[in-house]
Design a protein around this ligand. Structure first.
Ligand SMILES: Cc1cc2nc3c(=O)[nH]c(=O)nc-3n(C[C@H](O)[C@H](O)[C@H](O)COP(=O)(O)OP(=O)(O)OC[C@H]3O[C@@H](n4cnc5c(N)ncnc54)[C@H](O)[C@@H]3O)c2cc1C
Length: 583
């Protein structure tokens, strides 16, 4: 099902005022509202005609034979059209053949494609991360060698971190890199779960591999990054092979590969032992993209559920028949079905505003010349990235699950196609760092690690939105100010408790992330309400105000439950009789 362009445009133009944003960055000569809308329209046409029709069939999965992976029917052809349309280089540097569009354009493309077909969209998605890492950390020679083909899309990219014994703890990686006489390296080891690790859609695959040189220090401080192409410059096949593809719960159309490197030729990116830092370039962008996957697929599920709720006739409305000529009323008239649909919508649209706000921060950090603005944007970006990743995948998953609920038993049946959304989405809570790992990052590094500077930076925006709400949405203004105060106190208390017992950080982390996430979404729902009230189309605008009221009344109270849970401390987790954990 398609992305709702009107809702995307509403967030971009009415809620986040992209025109002023680009004008402030001096980018308004290159990009304007018409260009944004035109690219969105074209992306939408491509996604609805090429990607959406092959989504359900793609669920049959990829096949592996003699080391070669075949993607599902239509995937390769759709990718060829994607290349022909010039989509792969949309945000790439012009000197390497890219079109130099700001980062938001990439997020838009990703969202629109992902709503149509998440498994397919991961192939070019992985390339984008690879391009970002090489563009920032690769040598001029590596950029000239790899970026042009990645930006045409003739080649695709991967990120190879995970090993059987090294998942969240990448520092445990054992893949070796030995220097060769010509200055290159020979890479040996096994990487698992590598998305798009092998497939039949591109001429070459550029793997970014984390490995350790013989004398490297233990842990993440001894990890280096290497670029390891499937085919070498002379066209010879590099010494790496796909040993297996995983049977999975979802995203069957995307090949998840075991890659065995056996003295493969690799080229060091940047300096030895700095690989983790470089990989973070890729991972931070990827985390936002994964958060976006959460709400994109949730949107596809919502589209189906809202349509079904209007058509399916079951039982009478509590307040009397709505369709007396029919044997029953549409399920949309029942309060609980409306609750399910509004919850989905509040998650999707609030989440979309968060992602596009974060995209603006990315653009500010890369384009502004004002040092203070740059620093403030970076603080907010660092703080909001783990929240966007974990919250929007957790809630996106909840949202897709509600779509199944709207379909009743029919939602559980494959034929209706909504259960695929739930299965596809489930991975987003796991890869690029699980929810637990995002929460540790948020509390440990992004909050305590910088004495709450990120929270303070976002808090200023929160108070400014509260001030804007004073005139027409006084109830939101009061709530936002109270949240701002409580959030600061909760954060300080975690810091104080952590000084007595370090386990308090881990014990509070996921609840703190959810508390923060609901507070962040409250800010964006208040902004959406303000924009809705100003909207030219009064009916459209008032529907946004209604959803905002729903969010504040029925979803934001969840934050209080998380607060109580995190304030209950670590003892109820850490001082529990061991028998409680044995089966
Ligand atoms: C379909 C798929 C695609 C993938 N694609 C890629 C890819 O392209 N490239 C790549 O490199 N990897 C990829 N991965 C790997 C993925 O990133 C890892 O699976 C993920 O990071 C978690 O690692 P793990 O599975 O080893 O779990 P573990 O690290 O073993 O974690 C198990 C559980 O313990 C929890 N845990 C661990 N440590 C802590 C802690 N300190 N505090 C609290 N909780 C903790 C975790 O949250 C989790 O719940 C993919 C995985 C899948 C399934």
């Amino acid at each position: 099902m398609s992305s709702p362009l009107n809702d995307i445009q509403f967030i971009l133009h009415d809620v986040l005022d992209y025109r002023s944003h680009y004008a402030a960055l001096g980018l308004d000569n290159t990009v304007d509202r018409d260009l944004l809308n035109m690219i969105m329209d074209e992306a939408h046409k491509f996604a609805s005609s090429e990607l959406q029709p092959i989504n359900a069939a793609g669920d049959a999965g990829c096949t592996l034979q003699d080391g070669q992976v075949t993607t599902p029917p239509g995937f390769k052809e759709a990718y060829r059209k994607y290349i022909e349309g010039g989509w792969a280089g949309l945000c790439g540097e012009p000197r390497f053949g890219g079109q130099g569009m700001p980062e938001t354009f990439g997020f838009l493309l990703e969202e629109i494609c992902c709503t149509a077909n998440m498994a397919w969209t991961m192939y070019p998605g992985l390339s984008r991360g690879c391009i970002a890492a090489l563009a920032e950390h690769g040598s001029e020679e590596q950029k000239a060698r790899f970026l042009p083909k990645l930006l045409t899309g003739e080649w695709t990219g991967t990120m190879c971190l995970t090993e059987p014994h090294a998942g969240s703890d990448v520092g445990l990686a054992r893949t070796r890199a030995e220097t060769a006489a010509d200055g290159s390296y020979r890479i040996s080891g096994t990487k698992i779960f590598i998305s798009a690790g092998e497939h039949d859609m591109s001429d070459n695959i550029v793997h970014l591999v984390l490995a350790r040189t013989p004398d490297a220090p233990a842990g993440t401080r001894g990890i280096s990054m290497f670029v390891v192409p499937k085919f070498n410059d002379d066209g010879s096949r590099n010494a790496l092979a796909c040993g297996n593809i995983e049977e999975k719960m979802g995203i069957h159309g995307n090949a998840t590969c075991e890659l065995v490197f056996d003295q493969a030729v690799g080229h060091l990116v940047g300096e030895e032992n700095k690989g983790m830092r470089y990989m973070f370039t890729m991972m931070n962008a990827a985390r936002l993209a994964v958060g976006l996957q959460g709400i994109s697929v949730a949107q596809a599920a919502f589209n189906r559920a809202s349509e079904y709720a209007g058509e399916r006739l079951q039982m009478r409305s509590l307040s009397g028949p709505k369709l007396p000529d029919q044997p029953a009323d549409p399920i949309l008239c029942h309060p609980d079905v409306r609750r399910l649909l509004l919850t989905q919508r509040a998650i999707i649209e609030g989440g979309r505003a968060l992602v596009y706000y974060v995209a603006q921060l990315v653009e500010i950090t890369s384009h502004t010349t004002d040092e203070q603005q740059q620093q403030q944007a970076q603080l907010q970006l660092d703080f909001l990235t783990p929240i966007a990743k974990a919250l929007l995948t957790e809630l996106g998953f909840e949202s897709a699950n509600h779509a199944v609920q709207v379909f009743g038993g029919h939602g559980f049946i494959r034929e209706t196609g909504v259960e695929q959304f739930v299965r596809d989405l489930r991975i987003t809570l796991l890869y690029e760092g699980t929810t637990g790992i995002q929460a540790l990052d948020l509390v440990g590094r992004k909050m305590l690690g910088n004495q709450g500077a990120g929270l303070q930076a976002f808090g200023q925006m929160m108070l400014a939105v509260a001030d804007e709400c004073d005139a027409d949405f006084a109830e939101f203004a009061g709530t936002l100010r109270q949240l701002h105060q409580d959030w600061g106190e909760i954060s300080m208390n975690i810091g104080a408790k952590a000084m007595q017992d370090p386990e308090e950080v881990g014990a509070a982390s996921v609840d703190y992330l959810f508390y923060s996430g609901y507070a962040v979404l409250a800010v964006f729902w208040a902004k959406i309400a303000l924009a809705g009230a100003r909207h030219d189309n009064a009916e459209y605008g008032s529907s946004k105000v209604d959803i905002a009221r729903f969010y504040f009344a029925r979803m934001l109270p969840r934050a209080e439950a998380h607060r109580q849970a995190l304030e209950s401390g670590a003892a109820n987790l850490m001082q529990v009789n061991g028998l409680a954990f044995s089966a």
